[in-house]
Design a binder for this molecule. Structure first.
Ligand SMILES: [Zn+2]
Length: 82
């Protein structure tokens, strides 16, 4: 799962599993368990915030919703690569 870092300066974090993650463009690619822990500690889930960053790759042409996936999570339509 992907988690957006709590702070821009937060570029490295240790997961519960002991694995060390490094953020890329403010986004961590983590295991499900470690991701949930980071969210609990102040991280953001992209799907809930609708936040976009340079790491987000798709945008819905009908409502402009930014997405990490090819399917818009707002209207369900197909998204285009930015
Ligand atoms: Zn849409």
């Amino acid at each position: 799962m992907r988690v957006i870092a709590p702070a821009k300066t937060c570029v490295e974090v240790d997961g519960l599993s002991g694995r060390r993650y490094r953020a890329r463009d403010g986004v961590y690619e983590m295991s499900e368990r470690d991701g949930r822990a980071l969210v609990a500690a102040g991280g953001f889930r992209p799907s809930l915030t609708g936040a976009t960053s340079r790491a987000a790759g798709y945008r819905c042409p009908s409502d402009g919703f930014g997405s990490f996936f090819t399917t818009c999570s707002r209207c369900g339509g197909p998204c285009e690569r930015e």
